[in-house]
Design a protein around this ligand. Structure first.
Ligand SMILES: C[S@@+](CC[C@H](N)C(=O)[O-])C[C@H]1O[C@@H](n2cnc3c(N)ncnc32)[C@H](O)[C@@H]1O
Length: 248
């Protein structure tokens, strides 16, 4: 079923169902404390939403690797799939994912912050295969997707929320489907950016260092429910972890 790109906010309560039925939150989820306390400057403020939502800025923050990282994430997807993106991403990411899925694919983009839902809705306004909704990624979605692409979300949440998100995403993918995580990773000891990233994490991204010390697999409450594949790139600065549920 083709869905439109309207924001799914303030609609009736969700009922768990197969892919193709839009997610309908009963009530808007509350803004998590960590988001308000740590990331207002980046995701909730007028300045942040105006300044950061440009591919040039995203590329600078990712040390010129934005396109490669997006390609890395998209290369694990196939045309025609139903895909969940559980948090908004600045720049062109959602449009790139939608292009990968093609006209038969369906992309559902969610975020816990209404301002990010509004921003993403505007960015994909011309794409009929994309739906944007308000949802907290730490809660199961209520739909089952062919794949889920979680791009640089885990490093921005406290450890208990990392576990809740990994569990919720694994619960929201169909048997045989995959959850694709692309995020920061511990750099090799020789990496020239190692001290720089340590400073960035210390002063701006307080939940990121933990992700560099621990495998994403180890955040799952029940890791044996999936097969895990981890790769790193750029001297270990970034990781892609694919958790695939066995087909039933
Ligand atoms: C995907 S992350 C970081 C992406 C990357 N740094 C970028 O360029 O945008 C940023 C988004 O995650 C959202 N977010 C944080 N916690 C969330 C949660 N529990 N559920 C859904 N979205 C969440 C924030 O509102 C924000 O829009």
């Amino acid at each position: 079923m083709r869905r439109s790109n309207q924001a799914l906010v303030d609609r009736p309560a969700p009922t768990p169902s197969s892919a193709g039925t839009p997610h309908r939150p009963a009530a808007p989820p509350p803004l998590p404390d960590y988001l308000r306390d740590t990331y207002t400057w980046a995701y909730l403020s007028d300045f942040g939403t105006r300044f950061f939502d440009h591919q040039l800025v995203v590329n600078t923050i990712l040390w010129g690797n934005a396109r490669r990282l997006i390609r890395w994430a998209c290369s694990a997807l196939r045309p025609g799939q139903t895909v969940l993106q559980p948090a908004a991403v600045y720049g062109s990411f959602s449009r790139d994912v939608a292009a990968t899925l093609g006209p038969q694919g369906q992309l559902t983009v969610c975020d816990v912050a209404p301002v990010q839902v509004a921003l993403t809705t505007r960015k994909v306004a011309d794409l009929s295969t994309v739906t944007v909704g308000l949802h907290d990624a730490s809660q199961p979605h209520g739909e089952a997707f062919d794949a889920i692409v979680c791009f640089f979300l885990l490093h921005e949440v406290p450890d208990p929320v990392k576990t809740a998100i990994v569990d919720a995403l694994l619960a929201s993918v169909k048997p045989g489907g995959s959850v694709i995580f692309v995020d920061y990773h511990q750099t090799a000891p020789w990496h020239p950016l190692r001290p720089v990233m340590a400073g960035v994490f210390r002063f701006l991204e307080p939940f990121a260092q933990a992700l560099c010390r621990r495998d994403i697999r180890d955040y799952a409450s029940n890791p044996q429910q999936a097969e895990w594949r981890k790769e790193t790139r750029f001297g270990g600065l970034y990781q892609r972890v694919i958790a695939t549920r066995p087909p039933t």
